[in-house]
Design a protein around this ligand. Sequence first.
Ligand SMILES: C[S@@+](CC[C@H](N)C(=O)[O-])C[C@H]1O[C@@H](n2cnc3c(N)ncnc32)[C@H](O)[C@@H]1O
Length: 352
Amino acid sequence: MAGLAWDHGAVWGACDPAGMEATLRAARIPTRLSWLAASTRAHSLDEVAAAVRRAPLALPDATFAVIAHRRGQQPFRSPDIAAAAGAAVIDAHRARTGRRLPVGLDSPAVVVRVELVDERLRIGCELTAGSRHRRRDLMRRHRAGLNPAVAATLVALAGWDSGQDLLDPMCGAGTIPVEAARAARREPPPLAVGDRLDALGWRDAGAAAAAETAVEAVRAAPGLAITAVDHDPASCDATRANLAAAGLAGAVLVRRDDARRLEGIASVDAVAANPPYGLRQGRSRELASLYEAALRCVSHRLVPGGRVVWLTPAHRVATRAATAAGLVAHGRRTLALGAFDAAACRFVRPRT
Ligand SMILES: C[S@@+](CC[C@H](N)C(=O)[O-])C[C@H]1O[C@@H](n2cnc3c(N)ncnc32)[C@H](O)[C@@H]1O
């Protein structure tokens, strides 16, 4: 979407604040989104502070906090950036309004985001509040479970449309199928946008009401074709429990099966998978053989032009296996999973 830039799980939007809520809801972005107030270069904390003072943040008189991220070889750390930027925000606000902006570290109304990647500096306000990483109704977590924001991203990357068949061949506790069913019912992505927009005075009541009407219309729509498979009975039970807790029982067919066999599944349009990474077992030959067999099986069931998204830190192993299975690599996106990054590898079944 025009005006949006991805960077390691964070998305920056250079859009007009007035249309931001409609943009957010239409884009269904399942990750943090910040409004980009300024983009420039900085090599020192003084330059960061000067850029923050110049940035057109125009914050309301409400509690604020700064979240800073840094990547690169700088001789200072993220908390140093947060401290310098926080002081600069207070200076700029006092110069503009004559008042001191209160800091609110526990639950700030406004979060200023400052990101320095090498020498590129981005300054803005977070528009998404709370953690997208938790759904209150995700009752049972798999020990290697995804956060719902990543699961929703995989569904989006698979280019799945709710009229098509979607398969998660290794579903664990069902985070991917739950997010797919939510997306099909046009439920909001797992992040609250309203509170931050309210605090900034950017709330668009019309957009919110239109979105609610759309949600109701799609909720009433008939069945979906989402299948979730796992060879572990406890994982199948956890998926069913999570679907039921989310009010989505019946929206997904849950089957106990081996992803290397997939009996009873004739054809699928899209696959979103979060296979084991081999990190615990550390046996790379076993991982390669699982990926080869599962991707071959998936490939045989994909319609021509069908898409696979395969999330793994072992993207070379996955790409080799997919190519051997007759799939064509179609780019990959790095997603931050907390302790490490993984690649969402996209593969396509050729049409001929
Ligand atoms: C990383 S976990 C998936 C976690 C899931 N995305 C979630 O958020 O809960 C990988 C899953 O693959 C399943 N699995 C591993 N080998 C499999 C196979 N051959 N067939 C089916 N499922 C398999 C495991 O039982 C495990 O539940």
